[in-house]
Each structure stands twice: as structure tokens, then as C-alpha cells.
Write a protein that binds this ligand. Sequence first.
Ligand SMILES: O=C(O)CCC(=O)C(=O)O
Length: 293
Amino acid sequence: MHIRKISAREMEMLPTEDQVLEYEKKGWFVGNFLLPEEIIDKAIKGAKDFYNGLRDYDFSEFTGIANDDLDDTVVIRNNEFVTLQKRELQALGFHQLISATAAKLARTDEIRLFADSLINKCPANAKKEGAVGWHSDKAYWPTCTSQNMVTAWIPLQDVTMDMGPLLYIDQSNQWKDEKELKSFYSFNNQDLSLFENYLSKNKSNHIKSPMVLRKGQVSFHNCNTIHASYPNVSNTNRMALAMHFQDKSNEYQKAFKDNGDLIVIGYDQICEKDSDGNPNYSDKKLFPKIFKF
Ligand SMILES: O=C(O)CCC(=O)C(=O)O
């Protein structure tokens, strides 16, 4: 894959040292740039074509990854590795300003893809479903050695409060060793109040920050930052592309369940294996290098 060098003008839009320090404290950051509208409009068309079954690149192994079909009864549609399937989504997700910002925040000089997720949150149904449950991304990736992986959340339209914006808990990246919290995590859990009651009792000063963003803005979060989103109670779809990035140092490590079983995450099932038979998180096909300073 050809990696375009970042221009001097783009360099000026990357986070400053003070902003990186603030991100390390708070766990999230909104980029200093606004993406060109044209790239997002093309990505919207690409997403619609993707939902209609069109693909630009071969990607045929879906074991263990989200690959939802259009289903009128389900309010959230989640599809992973769409940037390796559709050209316009790749142009957006691999945009240099996004990956360079992630590199700065992770204090690395190289970024590899780890996964991506195209999420279409339709207007909530009568049961008011459509929440994304509280979780940290790292809780899903115990097989990663890095604590500095970064997710970029790229809305494909303005996101207002009624559309169920991504919601961060400030400084929750610093709670990464509190095992009790993990029992609440689940992307698919529709009941956000259970964890919120826990927070009221145990973290009474916590601050929730909703990502009410304009089209073109991008928010970034550390893999340990706890986040969720409420149902979309507006009348329009809320579409977003989440890009999960590895810093250069990230490698596979063996991780085990409480009962001693080996944890195998979805991506482990479809990536290349190293000479010991372990997942290779530098697999050039599934986890391509997309940025280098
Ligand atoms: O779009 C959402 O509501 C969820 C996104 C998410 O979980 C993520 O960006 O890590």
C-alpha cells in the first residue's frame, strides 16, 4: 500500500504536545481539522453501495467479525473491515490527517489498521432500542500488548444530541486496572443505567462528554476510555465509521479466560499466523500499515 507523506500544512493541524498531554489525561480528543465535505459525501455513497451489496476489493473471510445484513427489525447495523472492501470508505478511514493525528496521540511513528466498524444507527423503534452499551475497546482486545491503541470516530453527518452521539467518560482511561468495571461492558447491552448507577455510587465526580460534532469533525479515544451511545431518537439515520488503530509497538499476546481457556478474538481467526502459529498483528493484508511519519 502506498503511504502518502503528510504535507507541511497538514502537520500544522496535528495535536500539539499540550493537546497530547490533555488527551492522555482525559482519554479523548477532537481533531484540529475539518475533513473535506467531498470525501464524506463519497463515503456516504460508498456506504449505501456497500449496503446494496457492491464491493471494490476482495474480502471473503467473515468468521468472528461483524457483518450485519439489512434487517428492518434491527436498529443498529454493524459491519467490520469495510475499508478493506469499499474504495470510498477506505479513502475516508485511511485519510492522512486522521491516521497522523492518531499517531501523535499514541506517540508512535507508525499506524496499522486493527479493525474498523461502519455503524448505522437508525431512528429508535417503539422499544427505544439502539443503544451501544458501555465498554472500552481494550476490553475486547486482551490479546493486544499495547495500551496506546486509538480509535477515530468519524460521523458521516452532523451529530446532534438526539441522534445518540458517542459518549465518553472523561478520564476513564485511567481506570483500566479496575477489573470490577469490566463486568458491565457489552457493546450490545441496551440497559445503560446499570453501569451509570454504579458510577453514581463509586465515581460520583465523573463527567460524561457527548460527541456532538459537525460533519467533518473526528473524535479520537484511547482504547481504555469507557464509552457508549444512547438510541437515536431523531428522524434521521446516524452513520459513523469507527477506525481502530494499532501503534507500532502493538503485538499479539496470549490471554486467558478465568477458566483457563485461551481467548481468541474475532480477528485472530482470520489473520495470518506467525511461525509459532500465533496471530500476526502485522499481517499486511488484514492489518496494513496506513501511516508513517
Ligand atoms: O457509534 C457508536 O455509537 C459506537 C462507536 C464505538 O463504540 C467506537 O467508536 O469505539
